[in-house]
Design a protein around this ligand. Structure first.
Ligand code: G3P
Ligand code: MG
Length: 230
């Protein structure tokens, strides 16, 4: 089964530093995280970069769409995926790579992301976990780079969760911890999947989720959750 760490820093350590930046990864490491979660999108010229939203506006103040911006014009502190990987190598951080395509770029985003992983991911680090809310992105990952483990991202665990996992060859389920029931968690674990919950920033809530079967807690406050779980 896929081995996940108990805690993954969400977009680095988003409560303490600007999300999806190298500063955030250093902060996550400093606060005890051994893995981080990131969101990957493509620029206009097809370079994988770290950004959660379709626009740079919320996180950088620059009012431009990611899909219309060339890699040479990135706002300050927005790293390319390749720069992020170099930082992970330096820090010894594992990574849950969330493929977060701009609309219509589901397949291309995956293909370019896995090409970068194949070229740059260091053998010294644990293999990355790919995840996405987008079925087309996960299917593309399975086809283009089956060697990278995949997790489906689900906002809620619905009746057909297993079918949805199987059709993309996922070995993990990453889901919103605030909506996860004990019955669904038990079902997922019984079926042999790794189970990660996001985004949990309260120690007691994290403990309760681990008690019902969560293997991994994705959090903005890795230090708080590690302290609660250890
Ligand atoms: O990958 C877990 C979580 O990051 C998914 O939601 O919107 O924070 O990317 P979001
Ligand atoms: Mg994410």
């Amino acid at each position: 089964m896929l081995q996940l760490p108990k805690v993954i820093g969400h977009r680095g350590a988003m409560a303490y530093a600007p999300e999806n930046t190298l500063t955030s990864f250093r902060e996550a490491r400093r606060r005890g995280a051994s893995w981080v979660e990131i969101d990957v999108k493509l620029t206009a010229d097809g370079v994988p970069i770290l950004m959660h939203d379709p626009s740079f506006k919320r996180t950088t103040g620059v009012d431009r769409l990611v899909a219309e911006t060339r890699s040479a014009e990135l706002p300050a502190d927005v790293p390319t995926f390749e720069q992020a990987i170099a930082c992970f190598r330096e820090l010894g951080l594992g990574c849950n790579v969330e493929i977060k395509p701009c609309e219509g770029r589901e397949v291309e985003t995956t293909r370019r992301t896995v090409a970068t992983l194949r070229r740059c991911w260091p053998a010294s680090l644990p293999p990355p976990l790919l995840s996405s809310f987008k079925r087309a992105s996960l299917v593309a990952a399975q086809e283009a780079a089956p060697e990278f483990a995949r997790a489906i991202l689900l906002r809620e665990i619905e009746q057909n969760w297993r079918e949805r996992s199987e059709e993309v060859g996922a070995v993990g389920v990453n889901t919103d911890g605030s909506k996860l029931t004990a019955a669904r968690a038990a079902e997922i674990k019984k079926a042999g999947y790794a189970l990660a919950v996001y985004t949990i920033n309260d120690g007691d809530v994290a403990k309760a989720l681990v008690a019902i079967g969560a293997d991994c807690v994705i959090t903005d406050v890795p230090d708080v959750i590690l302290a609660a779980l250890n």
